[in-house]
Ligand binder design. Structure first.
Ligand SMILES: Nc1ncnc2c1ncn2[C@@H]1O[C@H](COP(=O)(O)OP(=O)(O)OP(=O)(O)O)[C@@H](O)[C@H]1O
Ligand SMILES: [Mg+2]
Length: 378
């Protein structure tokens, strides 16, 4: 799977921005330029597919907070617009999905006054020369391409807070919708993972085979146990940990009821240091290692400021892990570290995207209106 391009409009500082994406995407820029808004916009696409877009917007302060604050042409029809183009290599198909969320009409019947409304949605798929619409929603009505290849009215109406794509995906009758949903649901976002004393990364967890790291890092020990005891191939992981911690080794006992791990440092070869005893930077690096090297690789891994609390010496091993993960996952990284950006550039051959503000809106340096970055040409 490859997220080929993304468009966002009227969401926070994203006035209207379309950009092409590569296998590895590194976003760098000053505070407040909108790097996290771009990352969040992508998360909102996933929320739409899961059916909780309205909830997620409400949870971040509602439409009054989320809508672009600058001048608006048409106040009544002002909407957050999100749009993605996803290539499914297996099916040799390109999916396009767009969703629009707007305000409730002021005279609407009683209800949730601050809740955003899903106003429009469309999913199309292109396998040959022309895109074919699979789902189209205007207000509550949903049209969907049925088994006989004709657009039909879906018998249920969508609630204003509900996305059609989530409603239909559950029905299981529409393989293309299901395929698109599965790709987007697999995206993984890691940011603000706690490293304090009570961080989920430091807690023992239930010994359940864990091919992927949870977004709060709460199954870290199980992810390591899965790699060590199920896959029995931890060469890359071992190398990354040794490089980051001066020859340290990961210790993962055979899991019983709970999974556990520790680090053994060359200075104390007979002592295992438990997660509670590790520093913030150490535990964070281990969390990143699990996110990037888990048993199953997600189609897309997004990391927001992974370098936080890491010493510059840890950045080359982090870049090595990113480059390794990039062989099987698409990568989206937001960073303040020039050093990390250039280490990733060296390994993956991609220039960082420099995020800037133009008239209050988020933009990428050198990007044309079409989303094409001039540097990409050579
Ligand atoms: N509704 C809105 N309309 C316009 N701009 C907004 C809106 N909500 C937030 N912003 C702007 O978005 C910016 C914050 O964007 P974001 O959090 O993406 O920054 P960032 O690049 O991730 O910064 P940092 O590096 O500090 O994390 C702020 O400057 C804020 O003014
Ligand atoms: Mg940010």
């Amino acid at each position: 799977m490859l997220l080929r391009s993304m468009f966002a409009a009227n969401y926070r500082s994203l006035r209207s921005i379309r950009m092409d994406l590569a296998g590895v995407n590194v976003f760098i820029g000053e505070n407040g330029v909108g790097k996290s808004n771009l990352y969040r916009a992508l998360q909102l696409v996933q929320a739409a597919v899961r059916g909780n877009l309205a909830y997620e917007i409400a949870a971040e302060g509602g439409m009054a907070s989320a809508l672009w604050s600058g001048p608006r042409r048409d106040e009544k029809n002002f909407r957050i617009k999100l749009d993605v183009e996803v290539l499914d290599e297996e099916r040799a198909a390109t999916f396009r999905y767009r969703v629009e969320a707007g305000l409730r009409p002021p005279k609407a019947a009683a209800g949730f006054a601050f809740e955003p409304q899903i106003k429009a949605e469309e999913l199309s798929v292109e396998t040959g020369s022309r895109p074919v619409t699979m789902v189209k929603r205007m207000g509550p009505g949903i049209m969907v391409r049925g088994e006989r290849g004709r657009m039909e009215e879906y018998p249920e109406q969508a609630m204003t807070s509900e996305t059609a794509i989530a409603l239909l995906g559950d029905a299981g009758h529409y393989p293309e919708v299901g395929a698109f949903r599965r790709m987007v649901e697999g995206w993984r976002f890691f940011h603000g993972v706690r490293t304090d004393r009570d961080s989920p990364l430091r807690r023992p967890c239930l010994a359940v085979t864990s091919p992927l790291l949870d977004q709060d890092g709460g199954n870290l020990a199980a992810v390591f146990a899965t790699l060590v005891h199920t896959r029995q191939d931890t060469v890359d992981l071992g190398r990354a940990i040794a490089a980051a911690f001066g020859g340290a080794k990961l210790h993962v006992p055979e899991p019983g009821e709970s999974a556990e791990f520790g680090l053994v440092f060359p200075d104390f070869p007979n002592r295992v240091f438990h997660p509670r005893e590790l520093s913030d930077g150490q535990i964070r690096f281990l969390g990143l290692a699990a996110a990037l090297m888990s048993y199953r690789q997600p189609p897309l891994i997004a990391l927001n400021e992974p370098e936080a609390s890491l010493h510059p010496d840890m950045l080359p091993p982090l870049a090595d892990m990113i480059a390794e993960a990039a062989r099987s996952s698409q990568i989206w990284i937001v960073t303040h570290s020039e050093q990390l950006a250039s280490a990733v550039e060296e390994r993956c051959g991609v220039r960082p995207k420099r995020v800037i503000r133009k008239d209050g809106a988020t933009w990428i340096e050198g990007m044309r209106l079409t989303g094409f970055i001039e540097d990409d040409e050579n």
